[in-house]
Design a protein around this ligand. Structure first.
Ligand code: GDP
Length: 454
């Protein structure tokens, strides 16, 4: 395999840039471009050691003074010999050093190629490699926690646990089918059915973690809805911390959907402030109302806002009926004013009710604690393995289909061979998930999403 090199730090000006080289020729290339002040060549250095010296160009002129670190195979990120050159963090100098390294025999690394090599050399499973990518793109504490758990093998371990159950069942089936005359116990359909049932359960539970993982990663897709003038835009601005929607006294000023991401405690809310839900003759605004109802259908969370200074009207009770049984919070706004709303009616219809004054920024703490109760408490722990992306979920769904087919085959009284075939396919799907048996296309697709130098 070729020796590859790339800049591992962002393409920007900074204190230090790092050029990473990986492959059989790393030390040879380092010997050619680096002059150590202690005269020890990189090829004579131990792994995990650094050396201070100069990068020289083809005329042996000093280009930069750098610190060079050696990692020896297999104890490196990629599992190959790796050299990292920490140079001054200017764009030009960094690119110049990379060019010198390439001239001396390295090839430019493609996106994610270092991590791909780590995967191909058995340093990481495919899910762990995905974790590396998630760590890099994490933008909050919860995201980072889940990404680190993925990188450290939580999902890999969970999937391997399920796969091992299947392998055990397959082992019993094979032993009985292949050596019937030996002293192998007969496969009892009831026990087999129980074992398959357990796998179905585990797969279903694991798939169910996907939604929680998505919420942590991408934020809660939240819709703020309610009739005009109840204070939706004010609430959104209060949560966002700055004026984003247009706030006016004229009913219907928020005409389309405005989006904003806000971080509240440990959660990110992706807020859409929708056009006020009401009947209207205004064509543009009524388009907005249609979008509002569509958003409500797709939302993870609905913040239904009511103005406590006026009585509930027919449109509002219609809205309440529409969102009944959805993940919603009733926000009773304007509590700084005189109450005219039937609070009991709202409490009967909503599991969660929060009273606020969006204008005076009062009551948001209560909202945060309700959100934590809804989305954080009682949820699976990151260490149990939370499904992190669509690819992983699809593999699990395929495995679940296969196992369900095996279950049906067993219950229809089909030959145990048919059960074996279905369970074999399930194992394959799980191995595709962990990368133990993923096709080149899938592996390339995963790593193509990485940045160059990682
Ligand atoms: P929207 O149409 O639902 O987006 O409502 P707006 O956010 O535009 O607010 C309508 C009016 O209600 C504005 O005059 C706001 O200043 C006012 N308002 C919003 N929240 C409060 C509140 O908590 N208390 C009081 N007294 N007025 C509020």
């Amino acid at each position: 395999m070729a020796t590859i090199a790339a800049v591992a730090t962002p393409d920007a000006v900074g204190g230090i840039s790092v050029i990473r080289i990986s492959g059989d020729k790393s030390l040879e290339i380092a010997d050619a471009v680096f002059e150590a002040v202690n005269n020890v060549k990189p090829s004579q250095m131990q792994g995990y050691t650094c050396s201070y010296g100069f990068i020289n160009d083809s005329e042996n002129k000093h280009v930069d003074d750098v610190v060079l670190t050696v990692f020896r195979a297999p104890k490196s990120y990629t599992g190959e010999d790796v050299v990292e050159i920490s140079c001054h963090g200017g764009r030009y100098i960094t690119k110049k050093i990379l060019r010198i390294v390439l001239k001396n025999g390295a090839e430019p690394a493609m996106a994610g190629e270092f991590t791909k090599r780590a995967f191909l050399n058995g340093k990481l499973s495919l899910t762990q490699a995905e974790g590396v990518m998630d760590v890099i793109s994490s933008s909050g504490e919860s995201q980072l926690k889940y990404a680190n758990a993925l990188k450290d093998g939580a999902v890999y371990r969970r999937i391997t646990g399920i796969k091992n159950q299947l392998v055990e069942i397959l082992g019993n089936l094979a032993a009985w089918a292949d050596f019937p005359e030996e002293d192998v116990p007969e496969v009892d359909p009831l026990t087999l059915s129980d074992q398959i049932d357990r796998v179905v359960n585990d797969l279903t539970k694991t798939i169910a973690t996907y939604d929680h993982g998505r919420i942590v990663r991408e934020g809660i897709n939240t819709v703020i809805c309610g009739k005009p003038n109840v204070g939706k835009s004010t609430l959104m601005n209060c949560l966002s911390g700055y004026q984003r929607s247009i706030v006016t006294d004229i009913a219907g000023t928020t005409r389309d959907v405005i989006e904003e991401s806000v971080v509240l405690g440990d959660l990110t809310l992706r807020l859409s402030d929708t056009a006020g839900i009401r009947t209207t003759d205004d064509v543009i605004e009524s388009m907005g109302v249609d979008i509002a109802y569509q958003r409500i259908e797709q939302a993870d969370l609905i913040l239904a806002v009511f103005d406590c200074t006026s009585e509930l009207d027919e449109k509002e009770t219609e809205l309440i009926d529409k969102i009944f049984n959805k993940n919603s919070i009733a926000i009773i706004n304007k509590i700084d004013g005189e109450n005219k709303i039937d609070r009991q009616f709202i409490s009967d219809k909503f599991r969660y009710v929060v009273e606020i004054s969006a204008k005076n920024e009062e009551g948001t703490d209560k909202l945060v604690s309700v959100l934590n109760e809804m989305f954080i408490n009682n949820r699976s722990d990151a260490d149990e393995g939370i499904i992190a992306n669509e690819r992983q979920k699809c593999c699990l769904e395929k495995a679940l289909d296969n196992v369900n087919e095996a279950y049906d085959a067993l219950n229809c009284g089909m030959m145990l061979d048919a059960v074996t075939v279905c369970l074999d396919s399930a194992v394959e799907s799980l191995m595709e998930l962990t990368g133990e048996k993923a096709s080149e296309t899938i592996v390339n697709d995963v790593f193509s999403r990485f940045c160059v130098g990682k």
